[in-house]
Design a protein around this ligand. Structure first.
Ligand SMILES: [Zn+2]
Length: 123
């Protein structure tokens, strides 16, 4: 064997400091797997959580670390909020919304002070 190329894989836990790096060639032999497991026995229980929709991948050394990862909420899909800004000449709509907001604030204040409040259906 004149030239042997090798690839390495690093496996690490999202929640604790466990990390192991080994060659893929070593991983493919019984003796290599034995050595890797002796050095890093937690690899036997290593698992990944794949987020199918956006391709995120999380790796955990144990059930306990996996539960901690789930508890962080990082596995959940986060929908991006879209903020739409008004376009065009909508000054009247802005004035009406501001007036409605002021009326609601005044209504809340009146209720807290025990004064009567007129409730009108929205337009
Ligand atoms: Zn861990």
């Amino acid at each position: 064997m004149g030239i042997v190329d090798n690839q390495f894989r690093t496996v690490s836990c999202e929640q604790c400091d466990k990390t192991a790096t080994f060659s893929l060639q070593e991983f493919q032999t019984p003796d290599g797997q034995k050595r890797i497991l002796e050095e890093s026995p937690w690899i036997r229980g290593f698992r990944v959580a794949n987020m199918v929709f956006d391709g995120r991948v999380y790796g955990y050394c144990s059930s306990l670390c996996e539960i901690k990862g789930i508890e962080t909420g990082s596995h959940e899909f986060v929908e991006k909020k879209v903020i739409e800004f008004p376009t065009g000449n909508n000054l009247e709509a802005i004035k009406r919304a501001a007036a409605e907001a002021a009326a609601k604030a005044e209504g809340t204040k009146a209720l807290k002070e025990g004064r009567p409040v007129n409730i009108q259906p929205g337009s």
